[in-house]
Ligand binder design. Structure first.
Ligand SMILES: C[S@@+](CC[C@H](N)C(=O)[O-])C[C@H]1O[C@@H](n2cnc3c(N)ncnc32)[C@H](O)[C@@H]1O
Length: 267
C-alpha cells in the first residue's frame, strides 16, 4: 500500500494543524479538519450527496469501509448523530484517525476498527455502508461484496465512490495504476453491476462522474503546484514531492481517459 504516496507520511495533517496554530493535544472541531481529512474528491460535498441518499437518523448504524484518517466518518457522525464504524486496513492511518476523533469528542459515535473488510473484521446489522475510493484497491469483488452484504441489514443500502475500467490500458497505464494507485484491475460499469447483483444487491443505480473527477484531479494538481513553496514550508520537500507524484499520476490517468469515475447506490 505504501507505494501509493497518498498513504505515506499520514501524520502530515498535524503539520497543517500546527500551521494554523493548533497544538498536538488541542481539542478540535470537525470543520477544522475537513480541508485535510477527506481522501476523496469534492470533500464534504461528496459526503453530503451520500447523506441525501442514505437519510440517516440519530442512532443509525453506518459502516465506512476504508475509512482513511476518518474524515467522512467524523463528518457523518457529527452531522447526523449516526454511529459510524470506521474500518481501516492500514494501522498508521487508523491510529491518526482514532486520535483526531478523540480530540473532536466523537469517540462515542465513531468506532475505529483496524482490519480488512475481506477478513470479516466487522459486526453485522448495519443500516448503511459507505465507501469512498477504497474498493479500487480490492480486486476480489465477489468476496468484497459478499462481505458487505453480510454486514448489512436486509433492507440496507450501500453508497460507493470508485474507479471503473474505461478501455484496455497500455502497459505504462496499467503500471501507473498498479504501482502509484495500488489498483490491480478494474471492472467496467456493466461488470460492476453484475458483481453486485451476484452478491445479493439486485437494485443498483450507477452514475458516471468521469468528467467531474477529471476536472477535479487536474485542478487539484494545478493548485497543489501553485501552493508548492508554502507546502514545502509546512511539510518539507519529501512529503510535497510524494503528493505531487501521486496527484500527478491520478490526474494523468483521468486526462488520458484510462479510468472512469463511478458513484453507485446498491440495495
Ligand atoms: C483513498 S482512501 C479513502 C479514505 C476515506 N474513504 C476517505 O474518503 O477519506 C482508501 C482507504 O481504503 C483503505 N483500504 C484499502 N483496502 C482495504 C481493505 N481491504 N479493508 C479496509 N480498508 C481498506 C486504504 O488503506 C485507504 O486508507
Amino acid at each position: 500500500m505504501k507505494s501509493m504516496k497518498l498513504y505515506t507520511n499520514v501524520q502530515r495533517i498535524h503539520n497543517e494543524l500546527a500551521a494554523l496554530g493548533i497544538g498536538p493535544d488541542a481539542a478540535l472541531r470537525v470543520d477544522q479538519l475537513t480541508p485535510f481529512d477527506q481522501y476523496h474528491y469534492f470533500g464534504t460535498d461528496a459526503v453530503d450527496e451520500a447523506l441525501e441518499v442514505l437519510q440517516l437518523q440519530p442512532g443509525s448504524r453506518v459502516l465506512d469501509v476504508g475509512s482513511g484518517i476518518g474524515g467522512p466518518a467524523r463528518y457523518i457522525a457529527a452531522k447526523t448523530g449516526a454511529h459510524v464504524t470506521a474500518l481501516e486496513l492500514q494501522p498508521d492511518l487508523h491510529e491518526v484517525a482514532r486520535g483526531l476523533t478523540a480530540r473532536c469528542g466523537l469517540s462515542s459515535r465513531v468506532e475505529h476498527v483496524c482490519g480488512n473488510i475481506l477478513d470479516g473484521a466487522v459486526a453485522e446489522n448495519f443500516d448503511a455502508i459507505i465507501s469512498f475510493l477504497c474498493f479500487l484497491h480490492i480486486p476480489d469483488r465477489a468476496k468484497l461484496f459478499s462481505a458487505c452484504r453480510a454486514a448489512l441489514k436486509p433492507e440496507g443500502v450501500m453508497y460507493i465512490e470508485d474507479f471503473g475500467k474505461s478501455r484496455a490500458l497500455s502497459a505504462d497505464e496499467a503500471k501507473a495504476l498498479a504501482v502509484k494507485v495500488q489498483c490491480a484491475g478494474l471492472p467496467g460499469r456493466a461488470e460492476y453491476e453484475t458483481h453486485l447483483a451476484e452478491a445479493g444487491f439486485p437494485q443498483v443505480v450507477t452514475s458516471d462522474v468521469t468528467g467531474a473527477w477529471k476536472d477535479f484531479t487536474a485542478s487539484r494538481l494545478a493548485m497543489f503546484r501553485t501552493a508548492r513553496p508554502r507546502s514545502i514550508e509546512v511539510h518539507g520537500q519529501e512529503i510535497v514531492d510524494d503528493l505531487d507524484d501521486f496527484y500527478g499520476a491520478v490526474a494523468q490517468l483521468f486526462q488520458d481517459g484510462a479510468i472512469t469515475g463511478l458513484k453507485i447506490i446498491a440495495r
